[in-house]
Design a protein around this ligand. Structure first.
Ligand code: 6PG
Length: 267
């Protein structure tokens, strides 16, 4: 029988996308700084989609403090998921990151662990899993512990490329899987939920009024992860952060102080 688990969900509501980007860039820089202080290196996995674009631009912007706060030589960058397209395609999550961030900061190529979307999906997933095993020096059934995973949310309740009713939702053994989903670029490679939940810190970036209802359902509605896969995100740490703009947060209880709200969610 599944033991119920309680997750502390902190949510921070920002006025607009620009303010969200600034806060997200600050959270990323802080987590990277403290991981490097603690262990000499930081390993983070980022998402694609449109929402993180401004965050990446702000991280790279020399007029902002974030770029200089990060010791890029000690950061290892991974992706949460990838569309199975060429890395030069505008639909590629790697491509978005390259255009907005990687081409502008001194992150060594050797520190970039991308999902090879140009390959056969199963092969790309297997190669990504083996890259994680090497980078994290994993043995047997060990899971990688990312210092940070940044997630997005689809208006159909998906996160990463964990889409409603897809076989990837049930995957408990593999670190990354190929999955065919109902979306543009149907073949994807995604981290599995056990890997995401094992991360030291996880936050969702959620923007736009189109997400307001699904945010409410995920946090306040019944547990139905086959339909709302984002409910599978149950961090082992017991803590989850959401960063939303006002439009996406419209159906959550109004935050109590300084734009910060707290919910206890039972799974
Ligand atoms: C992808 C993703 C995906 C994304 C959400 C939200 O490759 O599409 O990583 O999980 O984060 O679909 O996308 P938007 O930010 O575009 O709304």
């Amino acid at each position: 029988m599944r033991m119920p688990k309680t997750i502390q969900v902190r949510y921070r509501v920002e006025e607009n996308g620009e303010a969200m980007g600034l806060t997200a860039a600050d959270w990323i820089a802080s987590t990277v700084e403290s991981a490097i202080r603690a262990r000499g290196t930081a390993r983070i996995a980022i998402s694609g989609g449109n929402t993180p674009r401004r965050t990446f631009e702000l991280l790279a912007d020399p007029a902002q403090p974030f770029r200089n706060r990060i010791d890029w030589s000690r950061l290892i960058l991974f992706w949460v998921d990838e569309r199975c397209v060429s890395p030069d395609s505008p639909d590629s999550n790697y491509h978005l990151t390259r255009e907005t961030l990687l081409s502008k900061v001194p992150l060594p190529d050797a520190n970039i662990v991308r999902i090879e979307g140009e390959l056969d999906p199963e092969e790309a997933a297997a190669r990504y899993e083996s890259a994680m095993r090497n980078r994290f020096r994993l043995e047997g059934a060990e899971l990688p512990r990312f210092d940070l995973i940044v997630l997005g949310l689809g208006d159909n309740g998906h996160t990463a490329s964990l889409f409603p009713h897809s076989s990837a939702l049930d995957e408990m053994m593999r670190l990354a899987v190929a999955t065919e989903v109902e979306a543009k670029n149907p073949w994807r490679v995604t981290l599995t939920s056990p890997v995401i939940n094992h991360a030291g810190k996880i936050f969702f970036l959620i923007q736009d009024t189109s997400k307001a209802e699904v945010v409410r359902e995920i946090l306040l509605g019944p547990y139905q992860p086959e339909t709302l896969p984002a409910q599978l995100i149950q961090p082992e740490s017991g803590e989850l952060d959401l960063l939303l703009d006002r439009a996406a947060a419209a159906k959550l209880p109004p935050p109590a102080v300084n734009g910060m709200g707290l919910l206890e969610v039972s799974r």
